[in-house]
Design a protein around this ligand. Structure first.
Ligand SMILES: OC[C@H]1NNC[C@@H](O)[C@@H]1O
Ligand SMILES: [Ca+2]
Length: 444
């Protein structure tokens, strides 16, 4: 196996609400996820992030674990309401100090911090003012980002504004499965536009003082037509526009995919030229989160995108119901380069939820996760060999964690977490990944 490019960054990814616990500790304010998780009926098994992986208190042990695995980078998110309990205004220094200590611990262990500013946990106080439906959200976000830039830039050299805006709006505003749990077609494009305005505002703020790199993280699920029928081809176009182009086109091209007018109908309003210009800020990299693909057919009843994903005979499906399709990673990366140009890319998430075996004698055998990682790293190498400028790979996830409203039922970790004892146990996949890192990909 040829090596990966020199300087290629091997790491892992997590997010605040999914692992930290202690949501209201040391002056933190509640987030929309704290509020959502404590609303009866919304979370599987009535789970919450009150404890999660207790990372807020155990972070030094978890950094030691990353060090032991040879991690070169760690992608994590900051909880906005630890920093600004009311969302704007008063800074909670204890919250800033937590992340400052985490950053110093990482750097002391030779691990590069890779910070996501927004991984879904808006302060509840701002949701009470309309949240992402309020155009002021762009300024709120830039204010929050600036507090962090002042506190951490320099020790943090890679920043991402948003994680997966598509999930935030599709889950939080259209289908309601995620915080803030709205189900409103008219709100969805408004939230999308304000999220991207917030992205642009934070990038502009960074350019005033920032000395390093800032980018955007999106989930991409490549869409393949189920047939060559005009209906299925049109459906595939709609699905591609709705999930894969809706956020990258404004950010990178300064325009919205035309199919969105068809998807949202009367709920769609064109972006103003000012908004398009404000969102299209030059960025230093794109983070791509890849899990699966979707073979797509027309489905007139499937409101509002009117598409359905066709199950593939003989394919392997994960615990989250996703088809394992490594070729989709190659196709996605080539597509990104073709459509948006030769911008540096990171795989900021890739991983798999499996019905893991139990821990036995301090071990957990997860051959299917090893195979998933191997196949996707081979695909990644293929894309790099094809000329795509990929600079790093962060496995999702370091730890078994809170898979949002699915609770802890979906285990993505390369490290097992015992829900009762919080004990961490390396799965075989962690040892495998550690060897990949140590051999710089040659052990693939
Ligand atoms: O579903 C797995 C992951 N996908 N991207 C965002 C993360 O928060 C999820 O846990
Ligand atoms: Ca609300």
């Amino acid at each position: 196996m040829a090596a990966f490019p020199s300087g290629f960054l091997w790491g892992c990814a997590t997010s605040a609400y999914q692992i930290e616990g202690s949501p209201l500790a040391d002056g933190a304010g509640p987030s929309i996820w704290h509020r959502f998780a404590h609303t009866p009926g919304l979370m599987r098994d009535a789970e919450t992030g009150d404890i999660a992986c207790d990372h807020y208190r155990r972070f030094k042990d978890d950094v030691a674990l990353m060090k032991r695995l040879g991690m070169q980078a760690y992608r994590f998110s900051v909880s906005w309401s630890r920093i600004l309990p009311d969302g704007t205004g008063r800074v909670n220094q204890a919250g800033v100090d937590f992340y400052s200590r985490l950053v110093d611990e990482l750097r002391a262990n030779g691990i590069e911090p890779f910070v996501t500013l927004y991984h879904w946990d808006m302060p509840a106080a701002l949701d009470d003012k309309g949240g992402w439906l309020n155009r002021d959200s762009a300024e709120w976000f830039a204010e929050y980002a600036s507090v962090l830039f002042r506190a951490l830039d320099g020790r943090v050299t890679k920043w991402a504004t948003l994680n997966e805006p598509w999930v935030v709006t599709d889950g939080g505003y259209l289908f309601g499965a995620l915080a803030p749990g709205h189900r409103n077609l008219f709100e969805t494009p408004i939230a999308s536009r304000n999220l991207m305005r917030a992205h642009g505002a934070a990038v502009r703020a960074y350019r005033e003082t920032g000395r390093h790199e800032i980018g955007l993280v999106v989930n991409i699920e490549p869409k393949y037509p189920a047939s060559e029928s005009p209906e299925d081809l049109a459906a595939t176009r709609r699905a591609t526009a709705y999930m894969n182009e809706q956020y990258l086109d404004p950010a990178m091209l300064g325009r919205c995919p035309p199919e969105l007018r068809d998807v949202f109908g009367e709920a769609w309003t064109d972006w103003s030229d000012d908004d398009l210009a404000a969102v299209r800020q030059p960025i230093d990299f794109l983070g791509i989160n890849y899990y699966t693909r979707a073979v797509t057919r027309d489905d007139p009843a499937a409101w509002p995108v009117r598409t359905a994903t066709v199950r593939q005979d003989g394919a392997f499906y994960t615990e989250t119901g996703w088809e394992v399709y490594p070729q989709g990673l190659v196709d996605t990366l080539v597509w990104i380069k073709q459509r948006y140009g030769d911008i540096p890319l990171y795989i900021t998430e890739n991983g798999v939820a499996l019905a893991d075996a139990p821990v036995e004698n301090g071990r957990l055998h997860d051959p299917q996760r090893i195979e998933y990682l191997r196949q996707h790293l081979l695909a990644l190498h293929q894309a790099i060999a094809a000329g795509v400028d990929v600079r790093g790979y962060m496995v999702w996830s370091l730890l078994d964690n809170l898979e949002w409203s699915l609770g802890f039922s979906k285990r993505f970790g390369i490290v097992h977490v015992d829900r009762q004892t919080q004990e961490r146990t390396l799965k075989d996949s962690a040892e495998y990944y550690s060897r990949i890192i140590a051999s710089h990909g040659r052990a693939l």
